[in-house]
Ligand binder design. Structure first.
Ligand SMILES: Nc1nc2c(c(=O)[nH]1)N[C@H]1C(S)=C(S)[C@@H](COP(=O)(O)O)O[C@H]1N2
Ligand SMILES: [Mo]
Length: 497
């Protein structure tokens, strides 16, 4: 058969296979969709330099790019499958079976699927291999009469349209778990111990706002699709090196005395001057309370928290049990139930630890274990097992490269969660000025600063460094984010006139 027909056979059966898997996955768990599962799988097995390169090059679009990449590779394989089957059917069927097998492995290695998860890749495999055979037969026949040729064209167009319709139906059914409805049902959380009222001088003109709105709060996670777990379905299991295993449901948590605490969270991937740091009023309960109820045994030194989608983070037990640090199991954020992207129904927040070793969203499992026995998700991927947040500061205004008046104000933020900020200094062409500090709202939050300058006309370099309350001053030695957080002074160039 001709190339065009061969490729049509392959692409038609591929689309039908993916649509069948997607549709079945809508009933057995959306992440069982072979296409999604292969995307997740490729992400998990990608070598560290590749994922870092993708993050640096594409930022938060890295996952979209991953999807496009997987799509291109799969389409390419399908085209090959078609082209090698122009005379015989079996080579293409073999490629279809191979792709189906990859989908199978990807789905079966998902940590978040029930026993029926295998049905989705099974559907894809059968439809892919069977569909290829059927279309191939029609394509061979299409070499005969005009009637057969038109029939092949009609059938392949029908297969493509049908696959689109079934895939879309699968998508709609998969989204039927109305997570926003579950959030609305949770409604207002009644807080017994509210966060302190913000003093007027917590922030200055030109700095970030002190509390980051939920829509502006930075977001980082490995989830290709946000987990859709309702409050009713949510359970939290506490087990491992404990005296008694416990399981909590959402009502158990919200029925307790809820506290509200302002906490600054930071991502280890935040480069000097970067924006992966935000502050919110988190609502929840002290994590320590439920760990104490389970009775943490003295041989446990790591709390391994697992998300419904399989992400894991390992936090030091002394940090999560330290009453002064105030680690939380959070169910709310800035007066609302947690937004879905930030972990609804529940997440962990541990002041002073980077998110990758502490802040598990959609958390469903807390295992008391040891650092020697288990590693969190990012550790085998080149990041340090321990991730205390490093003292940092950032210039928010003016922007790098700006032209300013000679009389101007430099303003920004500094953070050293758990110990607090003692001093911020700004260097103008190497001359240090001490900045005025905003109110210290909490030792676990960032602190705003500003300094008024009167500059000679011309170009200037402005750098900032903070000193925390342990007396430690930020080093000027630049270190990149990997493996345990960036160091160095945020520096900008401006021109005054
Ligand atoms: N389930 C899950 N939780 C997660 C992650 C993730 O990939 N999956 N990423 C962590 C990282 S690296 C950070 S910095 C914080 C970010 O939380 P945010 O998106 O609410 O800002 O979440 C942490 N919790
Ligand atoms: Mo992070």
């Amino acid at each position: 058969m001709g190339r065009g027909r061969a490729i049509t056979v392959a692409l038609g059966s591929l689309l039908a296979a993916l649509a069948a898997g997607h549709l079945v996955a809508a009933f057995v768990g959306p992440t069982a969709s072979p296409f999604l599962a292969v995307g997740n799988w490729v992400r998990d097995i990608s070598p560290h330099p590749v994922t870092e390169w993708a993050k640096e090059t594409f930022g938060t679009f890295d996952k979209t790019v991953l999807f496009i990449g997987v799509t291109v590779v799969v389409l390419g394989l399908a085209v090959v499958a078609g082209l090698v089957s122009r005379t015989r059917v079996w080579p293409g069927q073999a490629v279809a079976a191979g792709l189906g097998a990859i989908g199978f492995v990807a789905v079966l290695t998902r940590p978040d699927l029930g026993q029926l998860g295998f049905l989705a890749p099974t559907a894809s495999l059968l439809v892919g291999v069977g569909g290829f055979r059927w279309l191939h037969g029609l394509a061979v026949a299409a070499g005969g009469t005009d009637y057969d040729r038109r029939r092949f064209m009609r059938v392949s167009a029908g297969v493509v349209v049908g696959a689109g319709v079934l895939g879309t139906i699968g998508q709609l059914i998969g989204n039927r778990v109305d997570i926003e409805a579950s959030r609305r049902q949770v409604g207002r959380l009644r807080v017994a111990e509210p966060a302190p009222k913000l003093p007027a001088d917590a922030a200055f003109p030109g700095t970030s706002s002190f509390i980051t709105g939920n829509a502006d709060f930075y977001r980082i996670d490995t989830a290709l699709t946000v987990p859709r777990m309702t409050a009713d379905d949510w359970r939290l299991r506490v087990h491992g090196l404990v005296d008694r295993e416990l399981t909590f449901d959402f009502a158990d948590i919200r029925g307790r005395k809820l506290i509200e605490r302002p906490i600054t969270m930071a991502c280890v991937s935040n480069d000097v001057g970067g924006s992966l740091v935000s502050t919110a009023n988190f609502i929840g309960i002290p994590l320590r309370d439920i760990l104490d109820e389970a009775g943490v045994r003295s041989d446990a030194d790591q709390l391994l928290s697992t998300s419904v989608d399989g992400f894991t983070a390992g936090s030091p037990v002394d940090a999560v049990l330290d009453p002064d640090r105030g680690a939380m199991l959070a169910i709310g954020m800035n007066d609302e139930p947690l937004p879905v992207e930030h972990g609804f129904p529940a997440r962990l927040v541990v002041p002073g630890l980077y998110g990758y070793v502490s802040a598990t969203k959609w958390v469903t499992d807390l295992e008391l274990t040891t650092f020697a026995a288990q590693e969190g998700y990012w550790v085998p991927r080149g990041w340090s097992a321990r991730g205390p947040i490093k003292t940092q500061s950032r210039i928010d205004s003016p922007q790098d490269g700006a032209t300013t008046d000679r009389g101007m104000t430099v303003a920004g933020v500094a953070w050293a969660p758990t110990v607090g900020i003692d001093k911020v200094e700004v260097a103008v062409d190497g001359m240090w000025h001490t900045a005025e500090l905003g109110a210290e709202v909490d030792l676990n939050t960032w602190r705003m600063w500003r300094v008024d300058l009167d500059l000679p006309a011309g170009d200037h370099r402005i750098a900032v460094r903070a000193t925390d309350r342990t007396g430690h001053t930020q080093t000027d030695r630049y270190a990149p984010p990997a493996p345990d957080g960036a160091t160095g002074w945020h520096t900008i160039s401006i021109s005054a006139r």
